[in-house]
Design a binder for this molecule. Structure first.
Ligand SMILES: Cc1ncc(COP(=O)(O)O)c(C=O)c1O
Length: 489
């Protein structure tokens, strides 16, 4: 088959064209039974392919027809031995990777700044995390990836680990020396699992960091929906044969997946793969050029700094993705969240994320010079509006230390717990996840000892309006901790 073909998308359209009389779910029956306003808005085409796994359309849980063909084309495009489609986002693909290599008590080497889906999989599988400290950028206040040295050290101390998980590239587009990390792990016969949520496009352009499959990694969970043009929630799991059991990967992915798989999402993966494989290089080339021109213009604006290739050269900053615009607003005397809010209210601009010190804007093939000019104009105005604060407000970068793990995350999650006031939780063991989303990196995971510094960091994020998520008590007046049993008098 050729990369110009879309067996799944085309098969679906042909099925819909036959206009079969449907006595199966979804009960809206091609949209005729749906709320009329919604139908009008979504359109009949979309509703006609909102189908499920009836036999002519194959079955994601046991693909033998058009889904199998679409997955094979994707494997070829991404340089994998096997590609599995996920309608459970990259979170589902990540959980599959971890659970495919780890069982109860098995060790997995992971950077501490992983997405919550990794931690969820660690709780589900009962694996024990061996944490690696990510390199922290003290100027920007963000975490990068892990170094080859830290992976070597972790494997020397834990040669029995069942996997090494790497985030590559990070949310901010920074890549580690993945090829070297893979080489090191493979000398121990340990598979490398890559969280490639932010790197679907990197495989298709040689000026971008190398992809997980190019680096020889064993599995990669890749968000096609984030930067590859498929619909939200659709992702892929790429697998290389050798150190992982491919049938087990399929079984676990199936265990974690709905039986009512959305064909709109699946078809969008097929179409996105075609575009990436056939036009990706050219589209990404234009995107890189557009992003670089925006970067240059931002760096001419007073008090703003847009990160470029000067970020490279540390042990964890091996390569970077220039289509991500990390814009530091710290020197303007405002927080990233202040900038996000101002851009929304004054210019109707929505950024990808903000944190205490930065905003992140993503440039994709969906952008043109029109959007670029709006962003640059808005940032010039932002700088003018707040320049009176620059130099007067000193913003100190604060990233708290990683808390110590007292219990395995699973043990903590299933322990007897109690609720205590937020301020009184110092020294107790957390029973919940707490994170700022996005990026969704936990500040505490179940089993970690709560420290004063981390509580301060949470408070600071709440104060400036950033979305702290995870705890049962949304207002964070209380925290759930492991119950302590005092001696009976
Ligand atoms: C680093 C990282 N990994 C995994 C995910 C999960 O991806 P998804 O939202 O497709 O489940 C995200 C989402 O933001 C992420 O930032």
């Amino acid at each position: 088959m050729s990369q110009n073909e879309t067996p799944l998308f085309t098969g679906l359209m042909e099925h819909a064209k036959k206009n079969p009389v449907q006595f199966h779910i979804p009960g809206h029956k091609k949209g005729t039974g749906i709320d009329p306003e919604f139908r009008e808005f979504i359109g009949d085409n979309a509703l006609s392919i909102d189908l499920i796994n009836i036999s002519p359309l194959d079955d994601l849980h046991q693909p033998k027809g058009m889904i199998m063909k679409a997955q094979r084309l994707a494997a070829e495009a991404f340089g994998a031995d096997h590609t599995f489609f996920s309608v459970q986002g990259t979170s589902g693909a990540i959980m599959t990777m971890v659970m495919a290599v780890c069982g109860p008590g098995d060790k997995i080497i992971v950077p501490r700044n992983v997405h919550k889906s990794v931690m969820s999989a660690i709780v589900f599988s009962g694996a024990t995390p061996v944490f690696i400290h990510p390199e922290v950028d003290p100027k920007l206040g963000i975490s990068h990836g892990i170094t080859t040295e830290s992976v070597s050290k972790a494997l020397q101390q834990n040669p029995d680990a069942k996997g090494v998980l790497v985030i590559n590239p990070t949310y901010f587009g920074v890549a580690a020396d993945l090829k070297k990390i893979v080489e090191i792990a493979h000398t121990y016969q340990v598979p490398v699992l890559v969280d490639e949520a932010h790197g679907v496009h990197i495989h298709f352009h040689d000026e971008l960091p190398i992809s997980a499959m190019q680096a020889g990694a064993d599995m990669a969970a890749t968000s096609v929906h984030k930067l590859g043009g498929s619909l939200t929630q659709s992702s892929i799991l790429n697998v290389r044969e050798g150190l992982v059991n491919v049938s087990r990967v399929q079984t676990i992915l199936s265990m974690l997946t709905t039986t009512s798989t959305s064909y709109i999402l699946l078809a969008s993966l097929d179409a996105a793969r075609r575009r990436l494989a056939t036009e990706g290089r050219e589209l990404i080339d234009q995107t890189i050029r557009l992003a670089n021109s925006i970067r240059e213009q931002i760096n001419e604006i007073d008090h703003l700094y847009c990160v470029g290739k000067e970020i490279l050269g540390t042990k964890a900053t091996f390569d970077y993705d220039p289509t991500k615009l990390i814009i530091s607003v710290k020197d303007l005397g405002i927080t990233g969240f202040d900038a996000e809010k101002w851009l929304r209210e004054v210019y109707n601009i929505e950024v990808e994320l903000s944190d205490l010190y930065n905003i992140l804007c993503l440039i994709t093939p969906g952008d043109t010079t029109k959007e670029a000019n709006i962003l640059v104009t808005a940032l010039r105005e932002l700088s003018k509006q707040f320049s009176h604060l620059s130099g007067r407000v000193h913003i100190e970068v604060m990233l708290p230390d990683i808390p110590l793990l007292a219990l395995s995350p699973r043990e903590a999650f299933y322990s007897e717990t109690e609720v205590v006031p937020f301020e009184e939780s110092v020294g107790r063991v957390s029973a919940e996840f707490i994170m700022v989303y996005p990026p969704g990196i936990p500040i505490f995971i179940p089993g970690e000892i709560i420290t004063e510094d981390n509580l301060k960091y949470i408070k600071k994020n709440i104060e400036v309006g950033l979305p702290v998520q995870g705890p049962e008590d949304f207002e964070l007046k209380t925290l759930r901790v492991i119950k302590e049993h005092k001696a009976i008098r």
